[in-house]
Design a binder for this molecule. Structure first.
Ligand SMILES: [Zn+2]
Length: 700
């Protein structure tokens, strides 16, 4: 923890992308941990605002719209309410849930862009990019598909190969084609704004260096980026969907503004600011957002998944520093990924558990608890349906629910539904109350350190303590033999129940409210917006007895119903159906055999022996090697997408087989005049093929 104390807290969860519903992988990454943290801080009485919203721009939305034959606006109008409503149903306690297609967001994003441009933060660069002349658009990111230079997968996107996971730039694709028209794109000049992150590296290193308390998985990833050296990042796109580049900025730079939008990763984090502005406006105090963003006594916390670390720890802080006035994130507790039943979550394969479907079958607190207890905080974690059932039945029902039920029904039966007074308490009673007093601080420390899983485990330990105390005190025996001891047991048990109804509120808000109703306990501070502002009893008070002697209790009810095997089997069957198609083939299949060809087809190939005479990496490309090959009759420059497989120094002198009559093509501005034969095994490892014979010898 930083030594600094803050007056107020601003918490954000990554903006979910509005091209599909929310699944439990999302929840375990950026949402459940943030919601528990916020509810805990509100119970502490801290001044906190929690914002989020739908991220509605970017090429993926346009692609989805094209696929479904609708407009991008129709796509986001469809998914924004689905996402918002499912968040509400699982109890996400946002102060404001916005969206990035609002006028406030356009205004805030353009203000950022304009201010940074006026401070000369950006570079302008003109270079050649792929252009679809048929559609009249530049092919950014997912608008272009082609063969992956790393693994040879023929349907890779311009920004990433889904087969091998490598991130790409459109110019690196072999045989690129437009995803819009299938046309072969041409190269055309276009001008874009770049943020020179390299210039900011010293400042960013100092900033990150002042936060050794950040999670090791986050610091590790940042360290790798620093070691690589931060590069210029384009922050505009030629895409017909997004926040327009401000006209005045474009005109001042002599660039045609039409068709230029701000890159989605520049405007998305600004969405946190827009959402806070919208929240302040709704409070009737439109300038109030500045307190949370522009006052040194505000603590900014970003909850995200590990795939967003670079944007929240490097790019956005650089933007905030460049703008001036703004605070920078105090912590970015990013989570790793959640697998399902031991396998990587995949929405395209249907290997996912969707939030809105889950909530049709189970109460929200069960999923909140099961996820919070297994969060991928330091490494990937696994969600399994059997584990979900065990958490629900063996922990929530058998420990917490059982303890509460026994204490309340006993009080109803034996003490007229009232809290019996504590008279001459024994050692065990006093020890138990003393232990209870330590829980709020202990659980709180875990929350403060973003160890959410540990906080939930400690919370359940209080229920375990209660269960054991009740069992060992045996009130069903003392009710006849020692009426005072029996009353003391029930008194202490009820105080434990009352404490639980506060301390379990972050993870189980629906059940905690139900428990407080059973206890007739009022006046507890709210953990979500809209509570009674007069309530002053909260987290810190929960370690002390909250119930007065002779206080009238409400009616006991079942807090958690058991999850039956049938319900779990049905969920597993649903997943297996999605998996069946995949099971039909092995994990990494051999490539399917191609169709027969005529001998003449083969004879058209001109294969020659050669020797590699020089090899180097192509600057700015992670994959491409530039090789010089002596074919005997001539020298060739050949580009190979194999930089991740070979050390260039090892290749010089290697005897190779080259395709000598492959039409030359340009990659990364260099002409490739042929191709080398390699084998690729099922795990994607490449081996250079060779044979005997002098340079230039024909191979057939
Ligand atoms: Zn690939």
């Amino acid at each position: 923890m930083s030594e600094k104390t803050f007056k107020r807290i601003l918490v954000t969860s990554a903006l979910p992308y509005a091209n599909g519903p929310i699944h439990i992988g999302h929840l375990a990454g950026a949402y459940i941990p943030a919601d528990l943290y916020c509810r805990y801080q509100r119970l502490k009485g801290r001044d906190l605002v929690y914002v989020c919203g739908s991220d509605e721009f970017g090429v993926a939305i346009v692609m989805k719209a094209l696929k479904e034959g609708v407009t991008p606006q129709e796509i986001v109008d469809k998914y924004h309410p689905i996402i918002r409503d499912s968040f509400e149903a699982i109890g996400m306690s946002f102060d404001h849930y916005g969206r990035t297609t609002t006028p406030t967001h356009e205004d805030t994003s353009q203000d950022f862009f304009r201010r940074l441009a006026s401070k000369d933060v950006f570079n302008l660069k003109t270079d050649e990019q792929l252009y679809d002349a048929e559609a009249g658009v530049f092919l950014a990111d997912r608008f272009v598909r082609g063969t992956c230079p790393v693994c040879g997968y023929e349907d890779a996107y311009g920004d990433q190969c889904e087969n091998c996971g490598t991130s790409l730039s459109p110019a690196e694709l072999i045989n690129p084609r437009s995803a819009l028209t299938d046309a072969t794109p041409e190269l055309r000049e276009t001008t874009h704004w770049y943020i020179p992150l390299g210039d900011w590296q010293p400042k960013l290193e100092a900033y990150i260096g002042s936060h050794p308390e950040w999670k090791p998985n986050v610091l590790g990833q940042i360290g790798a980026w620093f070691k690589d050296g931060l590069r210029d990042r384009a922050i505009t796109r030629d895409v017909p969907w997004g926040v327009p580049v401000p006209r005045d900025v474009a005109e001042a730079a002599g660039v045609e503004a039409e068709g230029k939008v701000i890159y989605v990763w520049f405007d998305a984090p600004i969405g946190y600011v827009s959402a806070t502005r919208e929240w302040a406006a709704a409070q009737g105090d439109p300038e109030r957002w500045r307190l949370y963003w522009q006052d040194d006594e505000s603590m900014l916390i970003h909850f995200i998944g590990k795939d967003n670390i670079v944007f929240h720890t490097l790019m956005f802080p650089a933007m905030l520093m460049a703008y001036g006035d703004y605070v920078v994130p105090e912590n970015v507790p990013a989570n790793e990924f959640l697998n399902i039943e031991g396998k990587k979550l995949s929405t395209s394969r249907g290997w996912a558990v969707w939030l809105h479907e889950h909530l049709e079958d189970f109460p929200p607190d069960l999923l909140r608890y099961a996820l919070a207890a297994t969060l991928p905080e330091t490494k990937d974690a696994d969600f399994s349906w059997k584990d979900f059932q065990t958490r629900a039945n063996s922990e929530l029902a058998d420990i917490l629910g059982n303890f509460v039920h026994r204490a309340l029904t006993f009080a109803a039966r034996e003490f007229d539904g009232q809290v019996p007074p504590l008279v001459n308490p024994g050692d065990f009673d006093r020890e138990t109350l003393a232990k209870l007093a330590e829980f709020p601080a202990r659980i709180g420390q875990s929350y403060e350190r973003f160890r959410i899983r540990e906080a939930v485990f400690e919370t359940m330990n209080l229920a375990r303590l209660g269960n054991k105390y009740f069992n060992d005190s045996e009130p069903w025996k003392t009710r006849k033999t020692d009426r005072e001891a029996c009353a003391n047991t029930i008194h202490v048990s009820l105080q434990l129940c009352a404490a639980l109804s506060v301390l379990m509120e972050p993870v189980l808000p629906f059940s905690a409210a139900k428990l407080r109703a059973m206890l007739g306990l009022d006046g507890i501070r709210a953990s979500a917006p809209g509570g009674d502002p007069g309530a002053t009893t909260g987290w810190d008070e929960a370690g002390q007895p909250l119930l007065q002697e002779n206080h009238a209790l409400g009616n006991p009810e079942i807090l958690f119903r058991k999850v039956e095997d049938d319900a779990i089997d049905a969920q597993i069957a649903k997943l297996s159906a999605a998996d069946a198609a995949e099971e039909a083939e092995p994990e990494t299949p051999y490539e399917p055999k191609k169709d027969f060809i005529e001998y003449d087809d083969f004879a058209r190939l001109d294969l020659r022996m050669g020797t590699v005479t020089a090899a180097e990496r192509v600057p700015k490309s992670k994959k491409l090697l530039r090789l010089e090959v002596d074919l005997g009759f001539e020298q060739r420059q050949i580009l190979a997408g194999a930089a991740q497989h070979f050390d260039p120094a090892d290749l010089v002198g290697r005897r190779v087989i080259a395709v000598a009559n492959l039409k030359p093509r340009k990659m990364m501005g260099l002409e490739s005049q042929g191709m080398l034969l390699m084998s690729e095994d099922r795990d994607g490892r490449l081996t250079l093929l060779s044979a005997e014979g002098e340079n230039g010898a024909v191979v057939r």
